[in-house]
Design a binder for this molecule. Structure first.
Ligand code: ZN
Length: 113
Protein backbone atom coordinates (compact mmCIF):
# COMPACT_ATOMS: atom_id res chain seq x y z
CA UNK A 1 0.00 0.00 0.00
CA UNK A 2 1.26 3.45 -1.04
CA UNK A 3 0.07 5.10 2.20
CA UNK A 4 1.96 2.56 4.32
CA UNK A 5 5.32 3.72 2.97
CA UNK A 6 4.26 7.37 3.27
CA UNK A 7 3.46 6.72 6.91
CA UNK A 8 6.93 5.19 7.34
CA UNK A 9 8.34 8.50 6.10
CA UNK A 10 6.18 10.34 8.63
CA UNK A 11 7.55 8.09 11.37
CA UNK A 12 11.09 8.87 10.30
CA UNK A 13 10.40 12.61 10.50
CA UNK A 14 8.94 12.14 13.98
CA UNK A 15 11.90 10.06 15.16
CA UNK A 16 14.35 12.57 13.79
CA UNK A 17 12.53 15.36 15.63
CA UNK A 18 12.53 13.25 18.80
CA UNK A 19 16.30 12.85 18.61
CA UNK A 20 16.87 16.50 17.85
CA UNK A 21 14.52 17.97 20.43
CA UNK A 22 14.95 15.16 22.92
CA UNK A 23 11.35 14.30 23.67
CA UNK A 24 10.23 10.82 24.60
CA UNK A 25 6.54 10.67 23.82
CA UNK A 26 4.40 12.09 21.06
CA UNK A 27 0.79 12.66 22.04
CA UNK A 28 -0.66 14.16 18.88
CA UNK A 29 0.53 14.31 15.29
CA UNK A 30 -0.92 16.94 12.98
CA UNK A 31 -0.55 15.84 9.43
CA UNK A 32 -1.36 18.27 6.66
CA UNK A 33 -2.61 16.65 3.49
CA UNK A 34 -3.09 18.77 0.40
CA UNK A 35 -6.07 18.13 -1.85
CA UNK A 36 -3.69 17.72 -4.79
CA UNK A 37 -1.14 15.51 -3.05
CA UNK A 38 -2.75 12.26 -4.18
CA UNK A 39 -2.64 11.00 -0.61
CA UNK A 40 -5.75 9.35 0.75
CA UNK A 41 -6.36 10.73 4.28
CA UNK A 42 -8.51 7.75 5.22
CA UNK A 43 -5.83 5.26 4.27
CA UNK A 44 -3.32 7.33 6.22
CA UNK A 45 -5.32 7.21 9.45
CA UNK A 46 -5.95 3.53 8.82
CA UNK A 47 -2.26 2.59 8.90
CA UNK A 48 -1.17 5.19 11.50
CA UNK A 49 -1.50 2.97 14.60
CA UNK A 50 0.27 0.01 12.99
CA UNK A 51 3.23 2.06 11.80
CA UNK A 52 3.62 4.02 15.05
CA UNK A 53 3.55 0.89 17.19
CA UNK A 54 6.66 0.60 19.37
CA UNK A 55 7.89 4.10 18.43
CA UNK A 56 7.85 7.38 20.36
CA UNK A 57 4.44 7.98 18.81
CA UNK A 58 2.94 4.71 19.96
CA UNK A 59 -0.63 5.46 21.05
CA UNK A 60 -0.55 9.01 19.65
CA UNK A 61 -3.57 10.63 18.09
CA UNK A 62 -3.49 11.50 14.41
CA UNK A 63 -5.15 14.77 13.42
CA UNK A 64 -5.47 15.33 9.71
CA UNK A 65 -5.58 18.88 8.38
CA UNK A 66 -6.96 19.23 4.89
CA UNK A 67 -5.31 21.84 2.77
CA UNK A 68 -7.21 23.03 -0.29
CA UNK A 69 -5.67 22.88 -3.72
CA UNK A 70 -4.57 26.28 -4.94
CA UNK A 71 -3.62 27.37 -8.40
CA UNK A 72 -2.85 30.57 -10.20
CA UNK A 73 -4.88 31.25 -13.30
CA UNK A 74 -2.84 32.93 -16.03
CA UNK A 75 -5.94 34.35 -17.64
CA UNK A 76 -7.59 35.80 -14.54
CA UNK A 77 -4.26 36.58 -12.87
CA UNK A 78 -5.85 35.32 -9.68
CA UNK A 79 -5.31 32.55 -7.19
CA UNK A 80 -8.17 30.08 -7.30
CA UNK A 81 -9.16 27.00 -5.33
CA UNK A 82 -9.32 23.68 -7.17
CA UNK A 83 -10.12 20.22 -5.88
CA UNK A 84 -8.11 18.16 -8.36
CA UNK A 85 -5.12 18.58 -10.62
CA UNK A 86 -6.18 19.49 -14.18
CA UNK A 87 -9.38 21.10 -12.94
CA UNK A 88 -10.55 24.10 -14.92
CA UNK A 89 -10.42 27.58 -13.45
CA UNK A 90 -13.67 28.15 -11.49
CA UNK A 91 -13.77 31.76 -12.71
CA UNK A 92 -13.08 31.53 -16.43
CA UNK A 93 -13.21 27.75 -17.06
CA UNK A 94 -9.75 27.97 -18.58
CA UNK A 95 -6.98 25.45 -18.18
CA UNK A 96 -4.04 27.80 -17.88
CA UNK A 97 -3.51 26.97 -14.24
CA UNK A 98 -0.34 26.60 -12.28
CA UNK A 99 -0.58 24.68 -9.03
CA UNK A 100 0.68 26.83 -6.16
CA UNK A 101 -0.48 24.96 -3.08
CA UNK A 102 -2.02 21.82 -1.67
CA UNK A 103 0.25 19.45 -3.57
CA UNK A 104 2.15 18.24 -0.55
CA UNK A 105 1.79 16.23 2.60
CA UNK A 106 3.72 17.20 5.71
CA UNK A 107 3.95 16.88 9.43
CA UNK A 108 2.71 20.25 10.59
CA UNK A 109 3.00 19.96 14.33
CA UNK A 110 3.69 17.50 17.11
CA UNK A 111 2.38 17.60 20.62
CA UNK A 112 5.07 16.03 22.76
CA UNK A 113 5.84 15.20 26.34
ZN1 ZN B 1 -9.31 31.85 -14.74
Amino acid sequence: MHEMSLMQDVLEIIQEAAREKKFGTVKTVWLEIGALSGVDPQAMSFCFDAVMQGSVADGAILEILHKPGLARCMKCAKEVEISARFDACPLCAGFELQVTGGAEMRVKELEVE
